[in-house]
Design a protein around this ligand. Structure first.
Ligand code: UDP
Length: 238
């Protein structure tokens, strides 16, 4: 099956991707490699914006489990995403890719505030916009942020870069013989509770007709291959 080609995409990078082989934090070699993938895609003419997660540093739900008030813990999680965004910006600028970070929680001396029209303009000028601090509200995730920003930025698709090459019927790291889906409908993902992204993110993409492409960002050259409709991935669409 050939997948559609896309021009403007939102790339979601979870914190897990940025920590590379480590158990915590940011691995500069990994951010450098991911930046290289983004650069390649830009050179081929694609427009990209990025939402970064924060799970490699802090997750609100984990903080709440240790007794921190949930909303405060979520704000800590959002701040973690800002650190990741700055790390990605640095990695991109080191290889000559113009980048802007926009935070949903204004932080004037660190980065720009999130302003949709300004973000659009950056993208039109060929800059990569990295969205930090999630939606700016607790009780959300950066998956939902990714779906929201993809809709706001009129993206053709949401690319979820992970460490597996698509969506499987069982965890391929644990279950031998688990099979990968080529394509899935949003309704199937929600009905079967398949772990693609959280349910609110999937519903937002479904309602706004934005396909989700799940692919392995760790394989070199994969982002551009999947963008071109080749390579291994799972597409979730209406
Ligand atoms: N978060 C939040 N609101 C948002 C986005 C994120 O409160 O709109 C917090 C939440 O605590 C979350 C943390 O930021 O656990 C890090 O984001 P996420 O867990 O989505 O990161 P990922 O799993 O992609 O690394």
């Amino acid at each position: 099956m050939t997948r559609p080609k896309f021009n403007r995409i939102l790339l979601k990078l979870s914190g897990e991707v940025l920590m590379g082989k480590g158990q915590f934090g940011i691995d500069p070699a990994t951010t450098g490699r991911v930046a290289g993938e983004i650069k390649k895609a830009k050179e081929e003419g694609y427009q990209l914006c990025v939402v970064v997660g924060g799970g490699n540093i802090f997750r609100g739900i984990a903080g709440a489990a240790q007794g921190i008030d949930r909303a405060s813990a979520d704000y800590m999680g959002m701040l973690a995403t800002v650190m990741n965004a700055l790390a990605m910006q640095n990695a991109l600028e080191q290889i000559g890719v113009d980048t802007r970070v926009q935070s949903a929680i204004p932080m004037a001396s660190v980065c720009e505030p999130y302003i949709r029209r300004r973000a659009m303009r950056h993208m039109e000028k060929g800059r990569v916009v990295i969205f930090a601090a999630g939606t700016g509200s607790p009780y959300f995730t950066t998956d939902t942020t990714a779906a929201l920003r993809a809709a706001e930025m009129n993206c053709d698709a949401l690319f979820k870069g992970t460490s597996v090459d698509g969506v499987y019927n069982a965890d391929p790291k644990k279950v031998e013989g688990a099979t990968r889906y080529e394509s899935l409908s949003f309704d199937r993902v929600l009905a079967d509770n398949l772990r693609v992204m959280d349910a609110s993110a999937v519903a937002l993409c479904r309602d706004n007709d934005i396909p989700i492409v799940v692919f392995n960002i760790r394989d070199e050259g994969n982002l551009t291959q999947v963008l071109a409709g080749d390579g291994t991935a799972t597409i979730v669409q209406n």
